[in-house]
Design a protein around this ligand. Sequence first.
Ligand code: DGL
Length: 271
Amino acid sequence: MNNPIGIFDSGVGGLTVFDAIRRKLPAQDIVYFGDTARVPYGSKSQSTIIRYSFENASFLVRQNIKLLIVACNTSSAYALYELKKKFDLPIIGVIEPGARKAVEITKNRRIGIIGTEGTIKSGAYEKAIKRLNENCEIFCKPTPLFVPLVEENWIEHSVTKQVIEEYLKDLMNSDIDTLILGCTHYPVLKNMIREVIGNEITLVDSAESVAEEIMRIHLFENYEKSNSKAKYQFFVSDNPQKFEVLGRRILNLDLEDVEMVYFAEMWVKGR
Ligand code: DGL
C-alpha cells in the first residue's frame, strides 16, 4: 500500500517528527498539515484541542493516507483516544512511544517530563509510564516558553539558556536519570538542554521514538516500500511563507510549494 503517511501538528514544530520519519523511511510519501492559524494548542482546553484535531485528521484522511501520526504532544495527550474512535485507520500519537522509550532507558526509575501546560496538565505521559511500570517516579514541569523561543529562532541564544536553566533547576535536583522532551519544538533545543543538564541524564526525543514505533508497525503490518523518491506535501492553515522559513531552519531543507488550506473547505470536505 503506497499511500502517504499523514502527519499533523499545531504548526511547524511537528517537522521534527516529519524529519525523524523521513530519515527512517526515505522512500515513503508524507503529507504534513500544520495548523498555523490556530497555534498554539498548548494553552487551549481539551474540547478545543479535540475539535481542532478532528478537523486536521479529516483533512488528512481525505488525502488517502494509510496511517495518521499525531505529531503534536498536546493533541496526542487530549485527543488521541477520540481520534481513534472516530477514524478507521491506524493512528499513532507521540506520548506512548516516548513513554515506552523512557521506561526502557531508565535505570533508577526516576523520569522527568517537560511539555506544554496542556500536555503536563493532562497527565498523559504519567499515565502511559505508570501503565508500563507503576514503580517509576515521575517529575513534571511545564516549559511553555520553549515554543516561542524556537519560533523566534533563539536556538543558541543566551536568553534561551537562562530560560532552560530556570525551568529545569528543580528537575535537576530530583535525581532523574531520564528526561522526556514532550513537545514537538523541544528536540530543536536538544543541544542547549544537554549543555544545561550535563551528560548524566538521558534525553528522550519523542520525535525519534515515534519514528521507531512506525518502523515497528511497518514490519508488523508489512507495508510495501516504494523504490522511487518520496513525495512530500505540506499544507498549513495560515502563512505558508513563515512556515517555509521556519521549516527550512528546522529541517535544513527547502520546502517548496507549501499550500494553504481554508477551514471552510476543511469543514465541508472533511466531514
Ligand atoms: N505542538 C505542540 C506540542 O507538541 C507545541 C506547540 C503548541 O503549543 O501548539 O505540544
